[in-house]
Design a protein around this ligand. Structure first.
Ligand code: 5AD
Ligand code: SF4
Length: 500
């Protein structure tokens, strides 16, 4: 870490910390082993600083960001702050931001702009920008230039430093910027305030070394660092003890888990160990096809608490585009992996991520994406139009595909995927599935809502006392994105797809 004096930036008064984010620096992966460090004690004077005060956290982006927000919330609550969702009541407003596509960033700038008047009315309000966007130098410069009402900017490697940064922002009244651009340690024992009492996110690794040419994540989240297996297992055991019913193991590329550890231990080994923990359901996201090995498939066939759902982004169905994306597999290799998975786990549900309109993508290449979608038969897909990210190799590639064509491709992809999703759901008509009852349905308090092992949303009538339990539900009315069903009174009498 180097500290720079920001004298060249007139708009920063005199930050206590200023470590500029730098994409080219971020790309240099050091060989140094990752340090596992414990969360530091709160700095002097910060223990009860938030007593009687409120924080508001706005989270953008992926599950990794949601989990980071739970850490930020945990840290703020240890200082005595309470949560609020009213901007006017808040003493601290933190934006935990996402940099994956341009429209994610636009939303954040829009939100920051709207808060300007509030900051003028209430100068003691602390406004912070955290997460992936501050890892981009251009974002920090833009905030310095056009959003000077922001008090605090910190990156994905600096979350544990929140109490110190907050102290500086509060008492020095200067814009505090701390963004460490590379590496990052693994910080254990951080406080956490989880959003949900039934389902929990558990980080198993941080960062990404894949450097897909379109993606900003390896720069914003640093190099791959795995948490020690004993720390992950202890966290899941603790969650089970607290009554959690489901964990989702998080990593940008969970299949690379353990590669950076000094022991010979991979993701399959971790799942094998977690299979024996008394937590009813374990999911994981996200998988990269390249590292999805046979040992992992074999462990998944054992099922139990390992659910039969795999999110397996393929991005493009054309090998030339895959090569330009640096995905490190061909169309055929992806399809072979899918057939190995389907053979081993016949009832597996596959979901995916797809990008259309990658620079130079031709109509024929796009048709390869459509045909792969049809051939695999995903239950659902997240689909995106390619968005150039400054500093990534793809942003420099010539892009001759007009926006209208990209939009049209997205539309055609949606139509195909929606038809397949509907067919997949219709095939479940009359089947009985195990459901974790999560709460009242969003649109109707009379109806309960839950998720199947394969993560499908299902609505059904039932007693509120069922919330937090597992029930068996017969599917009566499958739709494209959700299912409707009725709770089985005597599931033993039916042939159910039983848990364990
Ligand atoms: N443009 C569009 N989509 C992207 N993704 C990642 N980077 C970009 C980009 N620059 C998509 C990929 C990835 C998902 C999380 O976001 O499909 O799997
Ligand atoms: Fe981005 Fe590729 Fe890493 Fe996924 S695997 S986070 S798409 S670089």
């Amino acid at each position: 870490m180097t500290k720079e004096n920001p004298t060249d930036l007139k708009s920063v008064k005199e930050s206590t910390y200023f470590v500029k984010p730098d994409l080219s620096e971020a790309k240099k992966r050091g060989k140094s082993t990752v340090q596992v460090i414990p969360f530091e004690k709160l700095p002097e004077g910060m223990q009860q600083i938030g007593k009687g005060k409120y924080y508001l956290l706005k989270t953008y982006g992926c599950q990794m960001n949601s989990r980071d927000s739970e850490t930020m919330a945990g840290i703020l609550e240890t200082m005595g702050y309470q949560v609020t969702d009213e901007e006017k009541v808040a003493d601290i407003i933190l934006f935990n931001t996402c940099a994956i596509r341009e429209n994610a960033e636009d939303k954040v700038f829009g939100g920051l702009g709207r808060l300007k008047h509030l900051k003028l009315e209430k100068p003691e309000l602390i406004l912070g920008v955290a997460g992936c966007m501050p890892q981009e130098e251009k974002v920090v410069n833009k905030i310095l230039k056009s959003y000077q009402h922001v008090d605090m900017i910190f990156g994905t490697h600096n979350i544990h430093r929140l109490p110190h940064l907050l102290k500086d922002a509060m008492f020095n009244k200067e814009m505090v910027i701390e963004v460490w651009s590379k590496e990052g340690d693994v910080v254990e024992e951080m406080p956490v305030q989880r959003e949900n009492g039934l389902k929990a996110f558990v980080n198993i690794m941080y960062g990404c070394d894949k450097f897909c040419t379109y993606c900003i994540v390896p720069y914003t989240r640093g190099k791959e660092r795995s948490r020690r297996p004993e720390d992950v297992i202890a966290e899941v055991k603790e969650l089970a003890k607290l009554g959690y019913k489901e964990v989702t193991l998080l990593g940008q590329n969970v299949n690379a888990y353990g590669k950076d550890l000094e022991i010979d231990y991979g993701f399959g080994d971790l799942l094998e160990a977690l299979r024996n923990v008394a937590i009813p359901r374990i999911r994981f996201t996200t998988s990269h096809p390249k590292d999805f090995d046979d040992h992992l498939i074999e462990v998944l066939t054992k099922k139990g608490n390992l659910v039969e759902h795999i999110h397996l982004p393929f991005q493009s169905g054309n090998t030339v585009i895959l090569k330009k994306m640096a995905r490190k597999y061909t169309r055929e290799e992806y399809l072979q992996l899918v057939s190995r998975i389907k053979k081993a786990i016949p009832d597996v549900v596959l979901t995916t991520d797809i990008i259309v309109g990658f620079p130079g993508e031709t109509e024929e290449q796009f048709l390869d994406t459509l045909s792969l979608v049809a051939e695999v038969g995903f239950d659902s897909a997240y689909t995106f139009i390619y968005s150039p990210r400054e500093g990534t190799p793809a942003a420099k590639m010539e892009d001759s595909v007009p926006d209208e064509i990209k939009k049209d491709r997205l539309q055609r992809l949606h139509e195909l995927q929606n038809r397949i999703s509907r067919e997949k759901n219709e095939a479940l008509q009359g089947k009985v599935v195990e459901v974790l009852v999560e709460g009242e349905s969003k649109n109707n308090a009379e109806v309960l809502s839950g998720r199947t092992r394969t993560n499908k949303l299902i609505n059904f009538r039932g007693d509120k006392q069922l919330i937090g339990t597992f029930v068996y539900v017969r599917i009566t009315d499958p739709k494209t994105w959700t299912l409707r069903g009725e709770v089985m009174e005597n599931p033993e009498e039916d042939k159910v797809h039983a848990f364990n």
